[in-house]
Design a binder for this molecule. Structure first.
Ligand code: FNR
Length: 191
């Protein structure tokens, strides 16, 4: 039991794929979170139009963009779990971040953010994760440092039911969430 304030953490999965390895990691997070930390999944961003400042100026922000921005604002913190596409952030996720970043009272500013990535290869999406870190620094998020979570050879760590079964990976993630909870409590956040 803890008498500390509960922490509401928003999870954003960067893959749109039904059988996504990153979605499997995202689904495992609530079960690995320390006491007092709860997770909610972000609303979908797959219908966001491609970012275009003319569209923003003429039509305003699309409703799904506003919905994502609101849940980012309301959360105590955010965790982004993403694949790597061509050594970088998948276009759909980057497009979503670009839209949200143009909202007034920019939602990521001052928000604690932790990053994770999963890939079938040996580097676990690390190149994309470091690009996300760079984007989050521009957005003035409070980006969590260590432990980092890179789920390499991810198809060996997720079973056919889409569950992250690998004990070593679960331990690293639990350690990150423990450290992230302390970080959120230390740094506050606007949620
Ligand atoms: C990939 N993949 C990939 N993997 C990687 O480790 N580094 C990379 O640069 C890329 N590039 C890449 C580009 C594109 C367009 C696709 C579709 C895929 C492979 C990728 O990691 C793999 O498909 C993962 O399973 C995708 O993550 P989800 O959807 O399973 O979460």
């Amino acid at each position: 039991m803890t008498d500390e304030k509960p922490l509401n953490v928003l999870t954003i999965c960067g893959s749109l794929r039904k059988g996504s390895l990153n979605a499997a990691v995202t689904r495992a997070l609530p079960g690995l979170a320390p006491a007092g930390m709860t997770m909610i999944a972000a609303p979908p961003f797959d219908r966001f139009p491609l970012y275009n400042a003319d569209v923003q100026r003429e039509d305003g922000f699309p409703e799904p963009v506003t919905a994502l921005a609101e849940v980012v604002r309301a959360a105590d913190a955010v965790i982004i779990v993403s694949p790597e596409y061509n050594y970088s952030i998948p276009g759909a996720l980057k497009n979503a971040l670009d839209w949200v970043s143009r909202m007034p009272d920019q939602p990521f500013k001052g928000k604690p953010v932790a990053l994770q990535s999963a890939a079938p290869g040996p580097l676990g999406g690390s190149r994309a994760q470091y690009h996300m870190r760079q984007v989050m620094i521009f957005l003035e998020a409070l980006v969590f440092g260590r432990p980092e979570v890179f789920v390499s050879f991810a198809q060996q760590r997720v079973n056919e039911a889409g569950e992250l079964h690998d004990e070593a990976t679960r331990k690293v993630i639990a350690a990150q969430l423990e450290g992230f909870a302390a970080y959120i409590r230390r740094h506050g956040g606007k949620g």
